[in-house]
Design a protein around this ligand. Structure first.
Ligand code: ADP
Ligand code: MG
Length: 653
């Protein structure tokens, strides 16, 4: 399989091109262009459409080219040092418009009353004004392209090098012929040519369509090929768990599994029995019951006398999983926690027990990678929030297992487009249904001036015997001006509800103090918990019905959703109250999305739209490729088609 961006093979260095001497070669190398393939895939990042547009057809504002006759002498005004403005009037399509250029006074010489000229710029329809960018002298080409060249050469020079490649090279990699026909695409050589030198917008759009398909299809093909290579049958991969014991165990759970939980458990069991490694992603919303599914898998391993490990990126998450799993499975599984803060003597004891096979499940952070963490027989590795680990880190743990059975979990749903590109090589189990009896959480957006109403509501819930969470983000002193600090929030709550009703938990507290505070909260001795950060509420208090978040605009959508997931954990009606002034458009959008939906899958799609794929995971090394033309937010349909065609291609082989 060739690389995604290789259509000319073998790919010669640019020095072999006519007209590219040593100097030019060095210049191009400095911007990452080394081979002829690099040249053809260095696409323009914008195009200037020189075809004149009728200003009457412009909606509000558009970047266009207009053609018309100059009506008034250009005048230049010097506004201040380094800033001048030149303006004149022209008539185009029977409309009289004003054209303004900033800091291009030299253009004055090129403009005379009575001349017919083409001006490219942003046209403001209501004002009938054009903010000019350039004056275009018709030169035969109707589209003018702009490359990112970091000033090493001009657009025209680079364009000539591109043309040279097209003239002298054979493009010997392409999309399969039948796909080009089926989807009315173009051969790749023609596509790339039109992307560099389109005659008009239509041609450009067509070429972009093919290019998107090409990128997404080839990428999927690569993923499937890689997967095929890795899928070698191995005896060690087979885990012969005891189905009867497992069934009996599931029967002892205090609830019935949801339909999706059952399907996920079945998927996992099938993987265990298979001679291929498990390579599965378990996706589900907060509170949908992923942890239980993970626990059942661990139990299955235990019936085959094998151990499991859960690796998580933070200490807090490790504690959370530990507590939740101990609560549900303490009688059946021996579970231990190994993190950076585990004391040396504890560590020694745990490592010894792991080696002897006395531990069924170890939950831990990076501490698990260490060489002296040795298992008797590790059969399943569960990785939570895998995108937060590097490939090498994951590998360090996985290689401690004789079989490479790996189950990945995500804390929040990932939009499908990202999931099939970043994790396209995995099998996926989805938990979409929530446990029965859960009422959707009601979410409200309130401003600070409505605080009395919020407090009255909280009082009502408190009097009904419920737990209340209050979260305020950490705020730097320099920003305090018009934001509520955690201290202020804490005092306000103590004044309103009484000193003995409110607990404050923050990051600098000793673990022991924190635990005591949490216990008082859970037992309803102090029904209200104010905490500085998200971290402290990573717990499961089923009696909690209100999540109050101050300065809510300071959290991202997925964090807000995670926080909200702390309530609504039984059949009581729960509420999430977001307090935010909503000063920015971004903040308003977030608050509105939160009040409109409680579906984590919908929310993650909206989050992706707002943030774009690069920022979605918050980390760069998410395994997401950077496509040249395809866009994972908007090209969802093309991606689906490309993926199904890629899968079909392999099925038929
Ligand atoms: P997740 O890990 O997906 O956030 P958890 O596994 O922590 O969700 O489950 C959230 C809560 O729901 C836990 O208190 C758990 O005991 C409970 N729960 C899980 N599955 C079910 C079910 N099928 N019916 C009722 N309650 C469930
Ligand atoms: Mg959980």
């Amino acid at each position: 399989m060739t690389e995604l961006y290789e259509v000319i093979t073998p790919s010669a260095s640019i020095g072999t091109l006519k007209g590219v001497g040593k100097k030019t070669e060095e210049k191009l190398n400095s911007i990452g262009i080394h081979t002829v393939n690099d040249v053809v895939f260095h696409l323009p990042n914008s195009y200037v459409d020189q075809n004149p547009t009728d200003v009457n057809s412009v909606k509000l504002e558009e970047v266009i080219t207009v053609s018309g006759v100059v009506k008034t002498e250009p005048t230049v005004t010097y506004l201040r040092k380094g800033l001048n403005r030149m303006s004149f009037h022209m008539e185009t399509n029977n409309v009289y418009i004003k054209v303004t250029f900033f800091n291009q006074a030299y253009l004055k010489k090129q403009i005379e009353v009575g001349d017919t000229i083409n001006v490219h710029g942003k046209f403001n329809k209501p004002k009938q004004e054009m903010s000019g960018r350039s004056i275009i002298k018709p030169n035969g080409d109707t589209m003018d392209m702009r490359y990112a060249l970091n000033k090493v050469m001009n657009n025209k020079t680079f364009g000539n090098i591109v043309k040279e490649v097209f003239r002298t090279h054979i493009f010997n990699q392409d999309l399969p012929e039948y796909l080009i026909k089926k989807y009315k695409l173009m051969p790749i050589k023609q596509t790339l040519y039109h992307l560099h030198f389109p005659d008009n917008m239509d041609e450009l759009q067509n070429a972009r369509r093919t290019m998107k398909f090409y990128e997404l299809f080839m990428f999927q093909v690569k993923i499937i090929e890689k997967r095929k290579q890795e899928r070698v049958p191995q005896k060690e991969s087979i885990i012969k768990y005891d189905i009867d014991k497992l069934k009996r165990f599931i029967g002892t759970l205090p609830f019935e599994l949801t339909k999706d939980q059952k399907t996920s458990v079945n998927d996992i069991c099938r993987d265990l029995l298979s001679e291929f490694n498990m390579h599965r992603l378990l996706q589900g919303d907060v509170g949908s019951g992923k942890t239980i599914v993970a626990g059942i898998s661990v139990y299955a391993l235990k019936t085959a006398l094998k151990q499991s490990a859960i690796m998580v990126p933070t200490e807090v998450l490790a504690n959370q999983h530990y507590e939740s799993l101990v609560e549900s499975f303490n009688d059946e599984l021996t579970i231990e926690l190994l993190t950076g803060t585990t004391t040396p003597s504890e560590k020694r004891r745990i490592k010894e027990a792991l080696k002897n096979g006395d531990i069924d499940l170890i939950i831990g952070t990076h501490a698990l990678f260490e060489d002296d963490v040795v298992f008797k027989d590790l059969g399943l590795v569960i990785i939570d929030e895998q995108h937060r680990f590097g490939v090498n880190q994951r590998e360090k743990l996985i290689k401690k297992a004789k079989s490479r059975n790996v189950l990945y979990m995500t804390a929040t749903p990932i939009p499908r487009t990202l999931s099939i590109t970043a994790f396209g090589d995995m099998d996926v189990s989805l938990i979409k249904t929530m446990p029965a009896g859960r009422l959707p959480i009601k979410t409200f957006w309130k401003k600070e001036k409505e605080i009395d109403e919020v407090l009255a509501f909280i009082k009502k819930e408190m009097d009904a015997g419920r737990n209340i969470y209050v979260v305020a983000p950490l705020i730097e002193e320099s920003e305090v001006l018009d934001l509520m600090t955690t201290e202020e929030v804490y005092h306000m709550f103590r004044e309103t509800f009484g000193e003995d009703k409110v607990e404050l938990v923050h990051g600098r507290m000793k673990p022991e103090e924190k635990r005591k505070a949490m216990a008082r909260f859970e037992s309803l001795e102090t029904p209200i918990l104010v905490s500085t950060t998200v971290i402290e509420v990573g717990i499961n208090v089923k009696n909690a019905t209100v999540m109050t978040i101050f300065n809510a605009e300071r959290f991202g959508l997925s964090t807000l959703h995670q926080l909200r997931g702390r309530v609504g954990r039984n059949d009581l009606q729960s509420y999430c109250i977001l307090i935010s002034e909503g000063k920015t458009e971004q903040a308003q959008m977030r608050m509105n999305i939160m009040t409109e939906t409680t579906d984590g899958f919908v929310l993650s799609e909206r989050d992706l739209e707002m943030r774009g794929p690069g920022d979605f995971f918050g980390v760069r090394q998410s395994g997401l490729p950077e496509f040249k033309v395809a866009d994972l937010v908007h090209d969802y349909r093309i991606l689906e088609v490309a993926r199904s065609e890629a899968i079909k291609l392999f099925k038929e082989q």
